[in-house]
Design a protein around this ligand. Structure first.
Ligand SMILES: [Zn+2]
Length: 975
């Protein structure tokens, strides 16, 4: 297709057209003639197509209006008048991405799919949702998703209930999240960025239905929209569709949604915010200190990229000089930097964890004096070179894990497009990287420091500190407020409120009409491929070692992973192996200082990681292979250098750098604590499995609660233990790094294979080769059924067991069961009715079953809900069409697009777990042929597993104590 600027294509005028060579694409900027809607199309040969529609939605207060609206428009529209079209799409489409996101200044609705028909279906449901939601006629949606006074009986106390209300209560009980949210408030007091677009629980209940509706009318209009399309789709067909079905029905209007600039400060500001911890927890060492700088605007792409690299140099590279200075000054236990470029006025932040308010002046002084001396003496040139190289490597590699590439580009273009500038400004990085490299002669980065950090008064110090009993205080305030409110209501008002509550509950419990559900388009099952993708795997030998080779086109990058057997190490040393993974690469070696080592890694490779994985054998219950993995990625020409670094780290790491060890232990402890707060469900899942499974117990020692106790002890007794710690780390490394049973996993093209063979030789010959007696780790497994108590406002509830322990077999039906239980039963009971942010049902091929909740206000109710799953399954019935939908949804969970490295990595994992392509194909067949009766027949399996009653809950102390009969042990997690 030959496009011409100025021409009109199906209602859209082509404004600009250009090749974006960095992503090998053609970019087409259109404007909708009739409404002024903006549309950007990135066309290329990527089959994973992306569509998104965004609106500029600056909040005027902190009620979370944009966020509540984001949830609500997905609760039914004119064309799709059901409660949750979003959930129906999760159930029954081939989407590779489906979500909605509220940002500080925009709301975005993206979808992705590799199937053309599916893509159009998803796009239609989303467009109808944003333009014709049912919120205007059904106030219940606002009450459910936002907030409402909940009163089931006249004599009860009134409560606030609402999906976003609960979600944000959870968000605000996580201090790290609070810090992130409050930084903008401290820097932008006069602009929308000073408001909380997600909603501060304290203000959410100020939001009225009228404001909510008016906001939609005002901002969700084509004239205020940004439509993005990406991939190998038919451009003209997509334009015609968007125009004919939606935009052509609107007229252009003037909408002022522009984002004003915050005037710079005359002098730096300071603010303090409190976060809750329990009465018993000590407040010592739990303060977060941050310094934040507003750095120009996001419309200066080179500076934007330069500041991103500078943040890495100063704060995030392992040997970053500012981080080093702050740690040496003992201002806190973990230091990190971030550059937030996703708003009009980007912010560079320095964050210190585990600190004290009293250290804030020392922090300011250290930051300023260190930066001054860096400007005077110049940054280390090798370090700059390293940072530029690693940034460029990552940009070229575009490995965003499970996120579609097109989605990430779609988010990046908003960083300029939303502010009326060139959409691809930030995608076209090549020239900027090259200019920045040239700028090195001219002290480019030192100038950035001078201008944006030292000579910049638009900055803030934000202190976020703990306060004992704050949760209770807040709760009490809310109780009093609601009590007072109740007193203002007369009998009639109360009756009305009870009626409203009852209607809401009834509404939630009433299923949608079948004919309405059927309006959501689904693909016929025949359109689903019956073949599962075979991942490339050649089992070869490298000398005497096993080599798992994955021939894939990787754009000139070689991914080489070395897997060492952890069973070579004694049981007592297992947690030290975990510490070793954090220690290697972070200290000096015989040849390199720690700083030089970091530079060598970043100049020559795309990164080297030290990781631990456990491969459970799917055919043999209880058999598992724990591996310590050194992962490297580099261009072919740098391979030899990369393996030299591997060798240096493996053979010559120093085990005597006391100060570094101390810092590593401290930051490891701080990070583990953060994991408890942010992804508690993962902690619970592994913990509950560890009551009966050796491999889960092993993982506990590597990164669970057990590891936390271990690292906490090392920190507390560091001075008396450090020599012992070094001795144990050294011993663990000597036992581990032994080529006797090492496995190589390699992902690259056949052409690069020979380069690998040559480059690897030196390292291979340098590795020791001892026959070591393998240990079968023996753990003392106990059914602990713990309540892990913290000050969190929400719970993470989990029950688990292994079906194979009860002699049930794994098959594909269980994956369909997973889709049904999680998107129907758990979604309704735990999320919609219970108010939890999420609920999970997972079943692994090795047989482990886990059911749990995420950010859950309840505890016992959720346990009961989980226990009743078998009843639900026993009585499960549905139409053939619905069943097809669950099957499609299940397949879409399996057929996720993968990056080259992910393919290689999964193929290696499958091999080590004994998962064959035949077994994957068999599972797929079972999924495609699954019938209602197959699902019903799993009820007994569920009942038997749940009756084993393996339970673990992480969450609020009071709540856990209130239901203490459920537990065998109550544990103060942070005591
Ligand atoms: Zn949300």
């Amino acid at each position: 297709m030959n496009f011409k600027t100025g021409e009109i294509y199906n209602g859209f005028k082509l404004i600009e057209m250009k090749t974006v060579k960095e992503i090998d694409s053609l970019g087409l900027l259109f404007e909708h003639d009739k409404t002024g809607a903006k549309l950007y199309y990135i066309t290329n040969d990527d089959t994973n197509k992306v569509f998104s529609i965004s609106f500029r939605t600056p909040p005027k207060d902190s009620t979370g209006l944009p966020h509540i609206l984001e949830h609500s428009v997905l609760c039914g529209s004119d064309k799709y008048p059901i409660k949750e079209p979003f959930v129906e799409l999760i159930k029954g489409s081939l989407n590779t991405f489906l979500n909605a996101m509220t940002f500080p200044d925009k709301t975005m609705y993206p979808i992705a799919s590799m199937n053309d028909k599916d893509f159009m279906n998803l796009m239609d449901v989303y467009l109808d949702a944003v333009f014709h939601p049912r919120i205007h006629t059904e106030k219940e949606i606002f009450l459910q998703e936002g907030w409402h006074y909940h009163l089931e009986n006249v004599e009860d106390d009134i409560h606030y209930v609402g999906v976003v209300y609960n979600e944000m209560k959870g968000a605000f009980s996580n201090p790290e999240e609070v810090v992130g949210r409050k930084i903008q408030e401290s820097l932008f007091p006069d602009t929308p960025y000073g408001k909380e677009s997600g909603g501060d629980p304290e203000f959410i209940t100020d939001l009225t239905y009228k404001d909510f509706i008016d906001f939609h009318k005002k901002y969700y209009h084509p004239s205020n929209s940004y439509i993005y399309l990406y991939g190998d789709g038919d451009v003209l067909e997509h334009l015609a569709y968007v125009n004919d079905e939606y935009l052509s029905k609107y007229e252009k209007i003037e909408i002022d949604s522009s984002i004003p600039l915050q005037k710079s400060f005359d002098e730096p500001r300071e603010s303090v915010y409190h976060y809750p911890i329990s009465e018993k927890e000590s407040i010592e060492g739990k303060t977060f200190l941050t310094i934040n700088f507003v750095t120009g605007t996001s419309l200066e792409p080179q500076t934007h990229l330069g500041l991103e690299i500078l943040t890495h140099i100063l704060l995030n590279s392992p040997s970053a000089p500012l981080k080093k200075a702050l740690l040496e000054a003992q201002l806190g236990k973990d230091v990190s930097g971030s550059f937030d470029g996703g708003i009009l006025q980007p912010v560079l932040s320095i964050m210190i964890k585990n600190s004290e308010e009293s250290k804030k002046d020392a922090l300011k002084d250290t930051v300023i004096s260190t930066l001054q001396s860096l400007v005077e003496n110049g940054l280390d040139k090798d370090q700059i070179k390293a940072a530029i190289n690693i940034t460029e490597f990552k940009l070229r590699e575009s490995d965003y894990g499970s996120y579609p590439k097109g989605l990430m580009y779609g988010i990046a273009i908003m960083d300029s497009w939303l502010y009326d500038a060139d959409p691809t400004m930030h995608l076209e990085y090549e020239q900027h990287i090259s200019d920045i490299r040239d700028g090195l002669k001219d002290n480019y980065f030192e100038k950035l420091i001078q201008k944006y950090l030292l000579d910049n008064n638009h900055r803030s110090v934000l202190i976020v500190k703990p306060e004992q009993g704050l949760v209770d205080k807040h709760d009490e305030e809310v109780i009093q407020k609601l009590k007072k409110y109740k007193e203002t209501l007369d009998e009639k008002d109360l009756q009305e409120l009870v009626q409203q509550t009852k209607n809401l509950i009834k509404n939630q419990n009433t299923p949608d009409a079948d004919e309405d559900i059927e309006k959501i388009p689904i693909l016929p099952l025949e359109d689903i491929s019956t073949e599962s993708e075979e991942l490339p795997l050649r089992v070869r030998k490298y000398e005497k070692n096993q080599m798992l080779y994955h021939p894939i086109n990787t754009n000139g990058i070689v991914y080489a992973d070395l897997l060492f057997n952890i069973k070579n190490v004694k049981t007592e040393l297992i947690p030290y192996v975990a510490l070793l993974a954090r220690y290697l690469g972070e200290v000096s070696t015989g040849k390199y200082s720690f700083e030089q080592l970091t530079n060598e890694v970043e100049i020559n490779t795309g990164g080297i990681d030290y990781d631990i994985d456990v491969y459970g054998d799917v055919n043999n219950l209880g058999v598992y292979n724990p591996k310590f993995i050194i992962k490297g990625r580099a261009l072919t020409i740098n391979l030899e250098k990369m393996f030299e670094i591997f060798q240096e780290v493996i053979c010559n790491t120093k085990y005597d750098e006391k100060q570094r060890l101390k810092e590593i232990i401290q930051s490891s402890k701080a990070r583990t604590e953060m994991i408890f707060m942010s992804v508690g469900h993962k902690i619970v899942a592994n913990r509950v499995n560890s009551y009966y499974s050796n491999s889960a117990k092993f993982l506990e020692l590597i990164n669970g609660v057990d590891y936390y106790y271990f690292i906490k002890d090392l920190e507390a007794n560091f001075e008396t233990k450090f020599e012992e710690i070094f001795a144990n780390l050294k011993q663990a490394s000597e036992l581990l790094f032994n080529k006797n049973d090492m496995i190589i996993s390699l992902t690259c093209t056949e052409d690069d294979y020979s380069s690998f063979t040559e480059a690897f030789h030196g390292l291979y010959n340098g590795l020791t080769d001892n026959k070591i007696e393998e240990n079968e780790f023996e753990f003392d497994l106990q059914k602990l059924n713990e309540g892990l108590m913290t000050s969190s406002k929400v719970q993470y509830v989990g029950k688990a067991y292994n079906i194979k322990k009860l002699d049930y077999d794994y098959n594909g039906v269980l994956q369909v069961l997973k889709s049904i239980v999680s998107t129907d039963y758990l979604w309704n009971k735990v999320r919609v009715q219970g108010g939890a942010y999420g609920a999970f049902f997972s079943i692994g091929r090795a047989g482990s079953l886990f059911i749990g909740s995420y950010r859950d206000p309840n505890l016992k109710i959720t346990v009961d809900t989980i226990n009743k799953i078998s009843e639900y399954v026993e009585n499960f019935t549905t139409s053939e069409r619905e069943m097809s939908k669950y099957i499609i949804g299940t397949i879409s969970n399996l057929d996720v697009p993968m990056t080259p490295y992910t393919k290689g990595n999964i193929a290696t994992g499958n091999y080590l777990r004994n998962i064959t392509h035949e077994s994957i194909q068999k599972e797929r067949n079972e999924i495609l042929n699954c019938k209602v009766r197959d699902i019903v027949s799993t009820a007994k399996l569920l009942k038997d597993c749940l009756e084993q009653n393996y339970l673990c809950v992480l969450g609020n102390e009071k709540k856990i104590k209130g239901d203490k009969d459920l537990f065998e042990n109550l544990v103060d997690l942070f005591e």
